[in-house]
Design a protein around this ligand. Structure first.
Ligand SMILES: *Cc1c(COP(=O)(O)O)cnc(C)c1O
Length: 366
């Protein structure tokens, strides 16, 4: 049996250290923020090639606090993609702004920069590209358009810890970069977690105030704040796990390269692997027709698969009021119909990757 994701295998590798780190936090009773979170913030900022990191309680909160820090709110529009997890648009709506979608590119599966300008109105305040599956969006083009129109760029890097474009890391390519540490993400907490990174000291300060009830100092609430602080235990776990992240990411990349090689002559779409980019393969997804049948063949062979994501965000019932309809974003909609995510985590063996690729090949020929 090959599960889609195996968090226990990773825990086995770090069990003694992680147990000790968690116990240390409990004994210190620094349950919220505290020295471990502060230490993690420093380490993660460096990891992302950014000056500042603000640790939060989820990736969704990171996107939300980023928008608020940039004064995005009611009456504003934020351009994003519909080929993403619903958290991207949820955060935009929490801020009071309206998400405006553009299609994605057929090759990269990320925001189609050529579609952005047609979506800009006098209300547009920001662009929020998503580094889907761990591949950095076309940030040069997106930043150029944002610069020309005076818009903020907030990266949804929830799936892209350590991803790079031309040697520059995800999170440091826009004004603020937002990460999730949901357990299944490439860097996963032992609970919920998130962070926003930035090179702007003023924005970092604003996000620190926002996450802590709007307090500049104790009992002085200067703005409408939130409770979106990171737990001490999560800070300790993440700080420890960050030391392994590059090793784990290289293992993911090796599995992706092997999938790619084994599936080279198979009739399915595969992720684009470009020389200038470090794709971190949060997800390795292929494109298949007759997905239900293929998924069943793999499932019957005890191979776990998943779909990221079967219903694009613009077609979700929760967004019916935005007035989008099927046919609005043909590339996004085709990807949603055909995406099939294969098992992907550092601890997979070459034999398991080969077994998955062979079964997929068999299913596609069957
Ligand atoms: C996971 C994820 C989020 C939200 O992160 P949480 O920590 O679950 O709140 C946002 N955007 C994308 C693209 C994600 O994959």
């Amino acid at each position: 049996m090959i599960p889609f994701l195996d968090l226990k295998a990773q825990y086995g590798e770090i069990r003694d250290d992680v147990n000790a780190a968690v116990l240390k936090v409990i004994e210190s009773t620094q349950f919220v923020l505290g020295p471990e979170v502060k230490g993690f913030e420093g380490d993660f900022a460096t990891y992302c090639q950014a000056e500042h990191c603000v640790a939060l309680n989820s990736g969704t909160s990171a996107l939300h606090m980023a928008l608020l820090a940039l004064d995005v709110g009611a009456g504003d529009e934020v351009i994003t993609v519909a080929s993403t997890f619903i958290a991207t648009t949820a955060a935009i709506r929490y801020s009071g702004a309206t998400p405006v979608f553009v299609d994605v590119d057929t090759a990269t599966w990320t925001m189609d920069a050529a579609a952005i300008e047609a979506a800009i109105t006098t209300k547009t305040k920001a662009i929020m590209p998503v580094h889907l599956h761990g591949r950095v969006a076309d940030m040069d083009a997106i930043n150029a358009i944002a610069g020309k129109h005076g818009l903020h760029v907030i990266e949804d890097a929830a799936q892209a810890h350590g991803a790079e474009s031309k040697g520059r890391r995800a999170g440091s390519l826009g004004v603020i970069g937002c990460f999730s540490f949901y357990p299944g993400k490439n860097l996963g907490a032992y609970g919920e977690g998130g962070a926003a990174v930035t090179n702007d000291a003023g924005l970092a300060h604003k996000m620190r105030v926002l996450r802590d009830w709007g307090q500049e100092e104790k009992h002085h609430h200067v703005v409408q704040g939130y409770n979106t602080r990171m737990d001490g235990i999560q800070g300790a776990v993440l700080r420890l796990k960050l030391k392994y992240l590059d090793k784990w990411t290289e293992a993911r990349r090796a599995h992706a390269a092997l999938y790619d090689r084994l599936l080279a002559d198979v009739a399915c779409g595969r992720p684009l692997i470009a020389d200038n980019d470090r794709h971190v393969f949060h997800v390795y997804s292929v494109l298949v027709e007759n997905r239900d049948r293929i998924q069943k063949v793999l499932g019957d062979a005890e191979i776990g698969t998943n779909i990221h994501y079967p219903i694009p965000v613009h077609l979700q019932q929760a967004h019916a009021d935005l007035g989008y309809a099927r046919g609005d974003f043909p590339v996004t909609e085709k990807l949603a119909e055909q995406f099939l995510s294969l098992p992907m985590y550092a601890e997979l063996t070459d034999e398991q990757v080969s077994a998955v690729a062979n079964k997929l090949k068999e299913a596609l020929n069957g």
